[in-house]
Write a protein that binds this ligand. Structure first.
Ligand SMILES: [Cu+2]
Length: 159
């Protein structure tokens, strides 16, 4: 009797270990969901950095709160390593283009832009899905509504 209980216990532990293994394997493939919320008062995101695995599927949601005091639209762009200033400067220059805000979602035409959302109005949100770069490193993200990017930025760390 006590022998069979011990066997059962052992079996249970073995099963748990197996489940644990397969779960961590699955997690590497799993979609990671990240939500960034624009501040109601300042031009900043609530999160300054987040980490994803190389090649991982990412669901990134940008929330622009309905109670926004600034009433400004925001977007989010993830750009190549070290290209925050380059893309930010293009965003500011975009003011000269009448379509930049109204039709182009403030997304500069640049190979440095990896992923981008639309402009999100207060009270709205948008989710973009992408596959994280296979090369580890720090990938900046920023809002490219002209003037916002200086403070409204952060880093996606790819490990
Ligand atoms: Cu913004």
């Amino acid at each position: 009797m006590s022998k069979s209980i011990t066997t059962l216990k052992l079996l249970g532990i073995a099963t748990l270990a197996l489940v644990g293994l397969s779960t961590s394997k699955v997690q590497a493939q799993e979609v990671v969901e990240i939500t960034l919320t624009a501040d109601k008062v300042q031009f900043i995101f609530d999160i300054k950095e987040f980490t994803v695995k190389a090649g991982q599927k990412v669901k990134l949601t940008l929330v622009n709160p309905a109670e926004s005091i600034t009433k400004q639209p925001h977007n989010i762009l993830i750009v190549k390593k070290g290209k925050k200033e380059a893309v930010g400067s293009l965003a500011n220059a975009g003011l000269a283009d009448p379509d930049f805000i109204t039709k182009k979602n403030c997304v500069p035409e640049s190979d440095d832009v990896l992923f981008s959302s639309k402009l999100v109005l207060p009270g709205k949100s948008e989710t973009i899905e992408f596959t994280a770069p296979s090369e580890p490193g720090d990938y900046p993200y920023l809002c490219t509504y002209p003037g916002h990017w200086i403070l409204m930025n952060g880093v996606m760390k790819v490990k």
